[in-house]
Write a protein that binds this ligand. Structure first.
Ligand code: FAD
Length: 337
């Protein structure tokens, strides 16, 4: 293994815990690093978060560069971006991954523009492969895959001429690996040499808004599309979800119309879910919706249009009106339990 090279992950910590997307990215980085025969490293910053960083080792991270400084306790764009630039400049990873979160979306473009390297936002898949440009063949290049042009094509984006290749990935898109508690990470402390003038904001108070639903952790999701968005049909969707012990999801137009909160949105620009059971009610199944739920173990689709695209990925398809079908499902379920 070439330990001078690495796949690096930016670790997001909210002062209480490491963001799940960072652990998912460490898991993904481990797969990429195996293909490249390099190690997984991470860059983290904050104040007194060292003990939380230990868990990075359980997911395959070999070394974390950690900047511990009271001034880094709360996220601030410029100092965080400058520190990442410094660490990347010093330790020269081949690939750097960020969560496509508020924090990641803020600093990744700053780092990319400072280091003059490519950055692909919202990747849905990452691979190592070859890329031919004219007569030149680039081997072991990061293939950054994501929907483009409104989801009409799946684009593979490469930036082989600039190092590192950088990408952001939304939470839930990459699978969290199984934690191996026998594996440890080496924590290398670095000092933050930034002057106080770089810290231009002062955080006075933090108010966290709790999510209205935990879609990502749910094992049963009953989702409403535009075909189940009126008061009666949505009421049935909610009743079916509560009967089955599940939660309510929705397509983007349903969320955009305001009848469900944003936390309920499944899809490319919503949450990526992998429940045991996903019931799509009045959802056409456009690519942007499927991107967020096609990995569900069992998909049941109810749609009045027999040609709706959702049926192409459904394990069980029911052609009919949600207002007729859902009450029958609830009745059948109640008779069984
Ligand atoms: C960049 C981008 C990102 C996007 N991100 C997302 C995303 O994250 N999530 C997402 O969901 N969408 C997303 N979209 C929107 C996506 O393209 C679709 O427009 C959307 O998924 C359609 O939602 P829908 O299936 O609820 O509505 P529609 O496409 O209008 O489908 C409604 C369906 O309901 C059926 N129906 C109607 N009445 C009934 C009834 N009584 N009983 C049974 N069936 C009935 C119809 O036959 C139809 O198939 C995105 C689009 C873009 C361009």
């Amino acid at each position: 293994m070439d330990i001078s090279k690495s796949v690096m992950v930016f670790i997001e910590h909210n002062g209480e815990k490491i963001a799940e997307v960072s652990l998912e990215l460490i898991s993904e980085a481990t797969k990429l690093a195996q293909k490249l025969n390099v190690s997984v490293t991470a860059v983290a910053m904050g104040y007194n978060i060292q003990s939380d960083l230990e868990m990075l080792g359980h997911y395959g991270c070999k070394k974390v560069y950690y900047l511990n400084d009271k001034r880094l306790k709360h996220f601030s764009s410029i100092p965080y971006a400058k520190n990442v630039c410094d660490v990347v400049g010093r330790f020269k990873p081949q690939i750097v991954l960020f969560g496509a979160t508020v924090m990641g979306r803020d600093i990744a473009p700053r780092v990319a523009s400072q280091l003059k390297c490519g950055l692909t936002a919202d990747c849905t898949e990452l691979k190592i492969g070859e890329h031919q440009m004219g007569k030149k063949l680039y081997k072991d290049t990061l293939l950054q895959i994501r929907p483009a042009f409104g989801g009409n094509i799946i684009a593979t984006i490469v930036s082989p001429e600039s190092v590192p290749s950088m990408a952001t990935v939304r939470e839930g898109v990459m699978k969290l690996g199984v934690a191996d508690h026998s594996k440890a990470v080496k924590i290398e402390k670095l000092s933050c040499k930034l002057p106080d003038e770089d810290f231009m904001t002062e955080v006075l108070d933090i108010i966290r808004e709790e999510k209205s639903v935990d879609l990502k952790g749910a094992q049963i999701i009953v989702s409403a599309g535009m075909g189940a968005s009126d008061e009666q049909a949505l009421g049935l969707v909610k009743y079916l979800a509560s009967t089955l012990g599940g939660v309510v999801g929705g397509s983007r137009p349903v969320v955009d119309s305001g009848v469900l909160a944003k936390d309920h949105q499944v899809g490319q620009t919503g949450v990526t879910v992998r429940p045991n059971l996903y019931i799509a009610c009045g959802i056409s199944g456009q690519i942007q919706h499927r991107a967020g739920m096609s990995d569900a173990k069992r998909i049941v689709a109810i749609n009045s249009d027999p040609n709706a695209p959702i049926f192409s990925i459904a394990h069980y398809g029911i052609v009919g009106d949600v207002n007729n079908i859902i009450p029958k499902m609830i009745k059948a379920y109640k008779e069984k339990v």
